[in-house]
Design a protein. Structure first.
Length: 206
């Protein structure tokens, strides 16, 4: 994996490239995170659960609880929701420039956060095919809870480890699950986009 970190007025951005990983494999990952969450960051992740499960073909509105401990030593349950792009502020959608993307909202740290309509912030992951695999960008953007540059650095370090581990396990895990018929046990959502920026929409979720 190759990557670079940068900060701007909106938040922190991680530009990355992976070899021998496909865009479809990353699409599949987001609907099947419970199969791979510990592999994604073995040092800091625990087992993931779905308070609101993914639906095959449309993951919008699904919520996962992602327990983890970052290098600052703070353990937290993170309740994270997959967003409908139309519900995300235009200035945040402006970062969407690639062919596939997922936008997730950080709702909070307990079950009561599930009812809140005001996310602490967003994580946007986007990717597209390259000659050797995929290139991508991951963005950390604070809203209700503003994030400092130092917050961004901690998140970027964590995110870089996650993205880099896709090279290690994702092609093999995707291949192994081909024996399971697509559906509730092996859901898939195509996360390709039509358009860019605030005009972007999901090609296969209407």
């Amino acid at each position: 994996m190759e990557y670079a970190v940068r900060h701007d007025a909106l938040g922190t951005h991680l530009d990355w490239s992976l070899n021998e990983v496909t865009a479809r494999q990353i699409d599949w990952f987001w609907s099947n995170m419970e199969k791979a969450f510990v592999l994604w960051h073995p040092e800091q992740h625990e087992y993931l659960e779905w308070p609101v499960p993914v639906k095959h073909g449309d993951l919008r509105g699904a919520i996962h609880n992602a327990p983890q401990t970052w290098r600052d030593g703070k353990r937290q349950n993170l309740y994270i929701r997959y967003e409908n792009l139309a519900d995300v502020a235009p200035e945040i959608r402006d970062v969407l420039t690639m062919k596939h993307a997922i936008v997730v909202a950080g709702l909070g740290f307990d079950e009561q956060a599930l009812a809140k309509g005001d996310p602490m912030g967003y994580r946007i992951h986007q990717w597209e095919p390259s000659d050797s695999g995929v290139i991508g960008m991951s963005s950390g953007i604070g809203t209700r809870r503003k994030e400092t540059v130092e917050d961004g650095k901690i998140w970027a370090e964590h995110c870089a480890q996650e993205v880099g581990n896709w090279e290690v396990f994702l092609p093999d895990l995707y291949r192994l699950y081909k024996v399971v018929e697509p559906g509730s046990r092996n859901p898939f959502t195509d996360l390709s986009l039509d358009g860019k920026g605030r005009n972007a929409s999901f090609s296969h979720m209407k």
